[in-house]
Design a protein around this ligand. Sequence first.
Ligand code: ADP
Ligand code: MG
Length: 698
Amino acid sequence: MLTGVGPRLVEKLSKLGLNTIEDGLYHLPFRYEDRRQLTPIARLSTSRQGVFYGEVLAAGETHTSRKRTRIFEVIVGDQSGQISLKWFRYRKGWLQKRFPLGQKAIFIGEVRSFGLMREVHHPDAELLTQHVSLDQLAHSDPLNFGRILPVYSLTEGISQKQMRKIWFALVDQFAHDITDPLPQEILQRNKLWSLSRAIRACHWPDNDQSLHDIEKGSDCGRRSVVFDEFFYLQLGLALKRQGVEVEQGIAFNVTHRYTIPLNKILPYQLTDAQRRVLGEIKQDMMSPHPMNRLLQGDVGSGKTLVALMAALIAIENGKQVAMVAPTEILAEQHARFFTDWLEKLGLNTVLLKSGLSVREKKERLGRIACGSAHLVVGTHAVLQKGVEFHALGLGIIDEQHRFGVRQRAVLKQKGESPDILVMTATPIPRTLSLTLYGDLSVSVIDQLPPGRKPVKTELYQYSKSLDAYRVLGSEIDNGRQAYVVFPLVEESEKSDLQAATEAADRLAADILPQARIGLLHGRMKTVDKDRMMNAFRSGDLDVLVATTVIEVGVDVPNATVMLIEHADRFGLAQLHQLRGRVGRGSDKSYCLLVPSSSYSEDAAKRLQVMVETSDGFRIAEADLNIRGPGDFLGTRQSGLPELKVASLLRDGVTLDLARREAFAYALKTNYLQDPASEPVRNELLRRWAGRLELASIA
Ligand code: ADP
Ligand code: MG
């Protein structure tokens, strides 16, 4: 145990989540202070942390001129100049006692400029009994002066100085015990330090290190720790992936029996991106191992058509295909799309959904079990127990982010090692997909079909919402259709329904008396939802007022307006999805954002991003920036080891390096079968702590 750390301190530290020595070593400073030298007051630059010596020339309470709040001000000076120190929250007696005239001290704080005067708010101060040089100070108090200092996050009852003292001892005593079996050549190739040296440097950087690098987190110490974390993460993923690669699967033949005829009757050509992605999928399907592929493509990029092509390859080989979608509306839409094309090729589609009569259900299950259904589309219903396939060869999951890893596994079990294709329109920043879906191969459709016009996105403040409805009205007058969307309100489900109902009534009564308006919400029966959706699709309705049930995948090309009420309550990914419902035809389209009467700063940022860009990947990066990676897409439930230091936001470059090295290492050691790799293997098991299935590392 660490000397000087008693039970009371242990309790306080455990509030920071620090229970073991290892926790402590990984509890890195969240920033640093440069106390290598003192700066003369005249040379302090603004907006930066300054460390300077000064003598108190005046001290006392004053008032700010305009706001009439009280402040405590201390003027200090050295031979070069003067600066003002200000406190806005303080105990007067304590400050008066601390800063009598003539008191000498070292001050630390961010220097601001206020007109011609520079000032520091709430500085740290180190009182001196006499004027000592920094060298002397560094000598007498080496943990607080004369170096780059760590600043740790604290908990109540521990001061920064105390923390530094404990952590110095901790690092001093234990850092050299850290052993990490990472091969030397990998460290050398990537110019990295051993974990032990790196951890030490993160806590107590050497004075000759670049402060700029340290502040950016790109110094060798931190980079080494981050690399180390990513390496074991990626190595685990490499093994998971290999587990799939050694598994026997179906080696499909591409005979073109159905794909070429389909190409002939399609009214358009595949985009280059669709063609490329389809090539990647074909490769996987032809290989003797099961495919495990993620197909990413922005909303409207044409993933369904690629899925259809892949389905035809499976069907050409006498296998069945299952396609799972997250909502009934979407499953219906897919069923319509697949039936249309498969019928023309003499093939059968079956739709599975809730609410079928017993007889209907039995009949459909029978066709699936005997193999006369070539393709089965449905919601979760497809994954249920009684659904048995004659010969499932390909499973497709649409809008993967709505499902978990478990559903993927269930689908796999419906056949004998079928190929799996998961699709998502939620753009995932590359760094994140490498971690989240590191065991999947990824294909990206990075191109929209030709002729799409970008959607014009406009923000109408609450008080200007009538203007937004005016835009909507003029589109309706031109024969176009529009969506009006309301968020789910958390407190009670009733109120969003109420809001949507009221809005539909208000639209009908006041704003668009001539328009045909329909209402779609989550509490409707499936048949009613279908009826409403079909009426909209066929043009019998002009406006569809909806709660977010229309969020994913709906495709109605004549709809050119998406008006989103309370737009501040939606996440960026959702807003982007909703906007993707329009701009599907060749006409100009609008996304009109109407926020609540007041909204948070984060919401304002999200709305701004929506107005500025329609690039799904930029939106995803922005989302990651606003929300932080932990919160993104429920990464917490992803079953991956937690990252203690590495950040998916900052450390993309290091992640790439680590991934490449880890995958190469896995290959070189025959997936850790080589005896020489045993230490690495043990370390991997320790870090993943039960999260790796034994099968993948046997
Ligand atoms: P998503 O990727 O969002 O699922 P969809 O598959 O729904 O997109 O496709 C959006 C629309 O684009 C559909 O109406 C589809 O028929 C059309 N589409 C798909 N591929 C092409 C193409 N190559 N050329 C023209 N239109 C296409
Ligand atoms: Mg889709």
